[in-house]
Structure formats: C-alpha cells, structure tokens
Design a protein around this ligand. Sequence first.
Ligand SMILES: Cc1cc2nc3c(=O)[nH]c(=O)nc-3n(C[C@H](O)[C@H](O)[C@H](O)COP(=O)(O)O)c2cc1C
Length: 322
Amino acid sequence: MFKTRITELFGIKYPIIGGAMHNLSRAELVAAISNAGGLGILAATTFENPEDLRMEIQRTRELTKKPFGVNLNLFPAMRPRGLDKDIELFIDEGVPIIESSGTSPEQYLPRIKEAGIKIIHKVAGVRYAKTAERIGCDAVTIVGFECGGHPGLDDVTSLILIPETVDAVKIPVCAGGGICDSRSFVAALALGAEGVVMGTRFVATKECNVHPKIKEWIVNAKDSDTTIIGKPFKLASRVIKNKPALTAQQMEARGATLEEVLPVISGQLGKKAWEEGDVDAGILSLGMAVGRIDKILTVKEVIDEMVNGAKEILERLKKEIG
Ligand SMILES: Cc1cc2nc3c(=O)[nH]c(=O)nc-3n(C[C@H](O)[C@H](O)[C@H](O)COP(=O)(O)O)c2cc1C
C-alpha cells in the first residue's frame, strides 16, 4: 500500500507522476500512466490551437477514467497565447489537477483555486519551492540537476535538493531528476519526498509516441550522454549530447546571442528529430537517467517494477537495518 499526502491529494494509487513532456505527453502516454496507478500530465501549452487542446483532453478522458492533469508552462517563450484562456478551458473540461512550471503561477492561482483545481508547481531550487508554498500551491515538485528539461542554474543534484526542500516547506514535495526505477523511487521517498515525477524513463516506453530509433538510443546511452545548454541565457536545458547541442555550446562559448543560437535549438527541429528518429536533427531533452534505462517497457511494466521493487527493497532494508 502506498499512502502519502500526494496519493491523497490527487486521488491516485501510487505517488508516481509522469511529468509533462511537450509533444510527447499526449493522450496515449498520459492515460497509460494514470491507468497504471500513477498520474499522467498532458502538456497543454504545446497545442497551438486551443480546440486541439480541448480534443486531446477529451481523448485522454476516453482512454482513462482515472485522474490526470495538465501542464501550464509559464516560460514566457512557451506561451502561444494568453494562459487565462487555457485555464478557462481546463475549468470548462473539468480538469482536476494542474502541474505548473517555468515561472511563478501566482497571478493564476485565485482562478485555479476558485475552480477547485489542485496545483503542483515544479521548481529547480529551494527558494522557489518556498515561494510556491507561500502563494498557496497544494504541492511542489523539486527537480535536480540530473533531470531532463530545465534543471535550473545552480547545478545542485536531487540527493541534496530533495531533503533541503522537504525541510524548507510544509506542503508535500515530489522529487524529479534521475528517478527511473524502484531504487531511485525508494531513495526519493527516503529523502522525504511524498511522490516522484519522471520524464526520461517514460520516453523509453511502448506508449510514448517518439520514433523507435530514439528509444533505442536511450537504451544504448551512457550516463554521460546528456549535457547542458542555454546557461548563458539563464534557461538551462538538459539535452542529449548530439551535433546541435555541441554546436549550441560552441556558439555559447564564443558569446553568441540567443537570437543567433535559436535556429540551432529550434523546437521545430527537435520535433522532427523525435518524430523521424534522426538523433542529430535537433535538440532532444532527456535526463541523466538515459544511462540507467536498458529496456523499452510498457508504462505498466515501469510502474509495476517500481512498486514491487520498492517492497523488495524495504524487506531487504528491514533485514539489514533491523
Ligand atoms: C522530453 C522531455 C520534455 C519535457 N518537456 C517539459 C515540458 O514541456 N514542461 C515541463 O514542465 N517539463 C518538461 N520536462 C520535464 C519533465 O516534466 C520532468 O520534470 C523531468 O523529466 C524529470 O526528470 P527526469 O527526466 O530525470 O525524469 C520535459 C522532460 C523531457 C525528458
């Protein structure tokens, strides 16, 4: 039995959240995570047309009767339109949970709360977790330096950030960054997290809509096959160490502006790479966990291994610790 404030808050069986992943977190993956007892999160802000977003929410609901959430990406560059309209659409569609990320969701909180939607805000530093608590978020996710997506600028790993965050706030904390199996799941819980958020592990699942060649790349990857770009522009991203990432780093090292680097790191090229399986076609966000993934599984197999493995680990620890 898994019972934490996160399972209670979101009405889920296991405290395992599939963090939003732009064009990858579509209905099939999101529903599979929720159906397996976790919480799937749809990446809402990546839909240019609000009606497409509405249809994807409805499609997800057709595929699962379990709770799922939507991600509100607050990075200014990620907003295709005013987010107020997206929030009204979530309310209209009866979405019960929002995962926000990027910048503070403070201005949107009154409307979100008034509608009875639960909100978990994702941050990459303890000070931002405190802000999330102060402004009234129900829970917070802390992501460490290992994570795919945006790890923040301070290069602090999950092993340090999780207990620091747990000590700094009273709201429940989820942990992300490097978590991919039962061992890392139990480790995060041992550090005080009440749930985990995973991205990279869910990319190498049968339900994820990326090209099989990308999944194979993950299976063969080493822990050192990702790197950080974007730090000079105060928007660090952990991505795979491919040709465009190395080009972007060389441009950054010689002082190129963001405008100059943008054509190399464009989301359109990344989308092509995910879809066509050409790992050098564009920037691909993935975390250090690529080095720990050696099989393409179904989402249910991933979650079952985490849950059953966790119980075995506890048995072992009971014997070892007493
Ligand atoms: C391919 C990919 C795309 C992502 N896109 C988003 C996104 O659109 N919004 C967001 O808040 N986080 C995004 N993330 C971060 C994840 O939601 C999650 O926080 C992170 O993957 C956890 O670390 P892990 O990759 O080590 O599991 C993305 C991560 C990956 C791997």
